[in-house]
Write a protein that binds this ligand. Structure first.
Ligand SMILES: Cc1cc2nc3c(=O)[nH]c(=O)nc-3n(C[C@H](O)[C@H](O)[C@H](O)COP(=O)(O)OP(=O)(O)OC[C@H]3O[C@@H](n4cnc5c(N)ncnc54)[C@H](O)[C@@H]3O)c2cc1C
Length: 363
């Protein structure tokens, strides 16, 4: 029997970031059901860090993550900016967004001319105004993942791939998995599979909803790509796009509720994305060069679920990071580590606030 302190289920950014921090203090094992690590949501993101994105809790978590990223600025983040654009029907939404966030985040309100000066690919007759968040960055997800993975391996902990949970037993508050692994704490970092994994441990589900999001890539035939363009996002998140490696990466910002699975892009979602881009930009292109889809997993209030299961100190949740799981990973892993190791007195992290985003609020 293999005896360890903490078993983490899932090798995405949630599992690996927490594993990296815990492995300094405890014997940890990460298990992954796929043949490859980071195969699901983490390997399929749009790789952005946006401080003005998401609800209040996401914004707070992103702020905490920023401190981590600041220490490694050149390694993981590259400043690109994000411009939230609006047409005539959306000008009030642009104004409201600016008024809501301008005191907390460094934002510029841009009129039509200034918006078009920033991104000449936009259609003049479509644009009314925009809000520019100049500090938004691209995240080098591979480097971030590798940073955590290398720290984890350096602490002499293992990742088991192709791992199936077949049998779970609980004795004296310890878990015994497949009659082979004994551990004190299980961390559920299984993304879209969170409820399925909980069921194996006879823990009540929290009703996660995986939502599919599509990305497609093309090379414009009529316009030179300028790598100084910011990421451009519709103010109501109906589409967004960025340039990368002299191509355009775009998304129709679809949020189709689905079940946990290895998902693929639908032609209809790509067609919707193309239509939205054709209305708002001057881009022409002949073919789609790449496409993929991934799952962004939420609970109802769109805040992450982090914390021990109610009245159970051997089952910990780290799930429902939605569309923000990369940019919030440094904060969430730090908070999860403190909660698991019991070092809750760290006031800088305002941990008392984060108990509210634990499992307790859901039942
Ligand atoms: C198209 C798209 C764009 C996105 N853009 C951004 C962005 O710009 N910025 C941002 O911050 N976030 C973004 N996200 C969100 C981000 O990718 C996710 O929030 C994050 O990757 C979630 O990480 P995770 O580790 O929880 O999940 P995952 O990466 O899905 O990892 C969970 C792992 O658990 C494994 N698992 C499941 N069940 C079991 C089991 N029974 N046994 C063992 N292993 C199991 C799975 O195989 C999987 O590998 C985007 C997501 C998508 C899909």
């Amino acid at each position: 029997m293999k005896k360890i302190d903490i078993l983490i289920i899932g090798s995405g950014i949630a599992g690996i970031s927490l594993g990296s921090l815990l492995s300094k203090h405890r014997q940890v094992l990460i298990v992954e059901k796929e043949k490859e690590i980071s195969y699901h949501s983490t390997g399929r993101s749009f790789a952005f860090f946006i401080e003005s994105y998401g609800n209040k809790q996401i914004i707070e978590l992103t702020k905490i993550s920023k401190e981590f990223f600041k220490n490694y600025e050149n390694l993981f983040l590259r400043k690109k900016g994000v411009m939230f654009i609006g047409n005539n029907k959306q000008k009030k939404i642009i104004k409201n967004f600016y008024d809501e966030h301008k005191t907390k985040i460094n934002l510029d309100y841009l009129d039509k001319k200034k918006t078009l000066d920033k991104a000449s690919c936009l259609k003049e007759k479509y644009i009314n105004s925009s809000v520019l968040d100049i500090n938004a960055c691209e995240i080098d997800v591979n480097s971030l993942y590798e940073f955590y993975r290398k720290n984890y391996i350096r602490n002499k902990c293992e990742i088991l791939k192709n791992f199936q949970i077949k049998d779970v037993d609980e004795k004296n508050d310890k878990w015994i998995i497949n009659r082979d692994i004994e551990c004190n704490i299980v961390v559920n970092a299984s993304g879209a599979w969170a409820d399925e994994v909980a069921k194996k441990f006879l823990i009540k589900k929290i009703d996660v909803v995986p939502k599919k999001r599509t990305v497609f890539v093309f090379k414009p035939t009529n316009i030179e790509i300028d790598n100084k363009w910011p990421l451009i996002a519709d103010i109501e998140e109906k589409f967004y796009f960025k340039d990368q490696s002299n191509q355009i990466y775009a998304s129709p910002a679809d949020e189709t509720p689905t079940y946990p699975h290895d998902c693929y892009p639908e032609e209809l979602d790509i067609a919707i994305g193309i239509d939205r881009l054709q209305k708002s930009t001057e881009f022409e292109f002949k073919s789609i060069e790449n496409k993929w889809a991934g799952l962004r997993t939420f609970v109802m209030d769109k805040s992450p679920v982090i914390g021990f299961e109610n009245n159970k100190k051997n089952f910990f949740w780290l799930v429902a990071q939605g569309g923000y799981g990369i940019q919030t990973a440094p904060a969430l892993s730090k908070i999860a580590k403190e909660l698991i190791l019991g070092n809750n007195e760290n006031k800088i992290m305002k941990l008392e606030d984060f108990y509210n985003i634990s499992i307790n609020r859901l039942r």
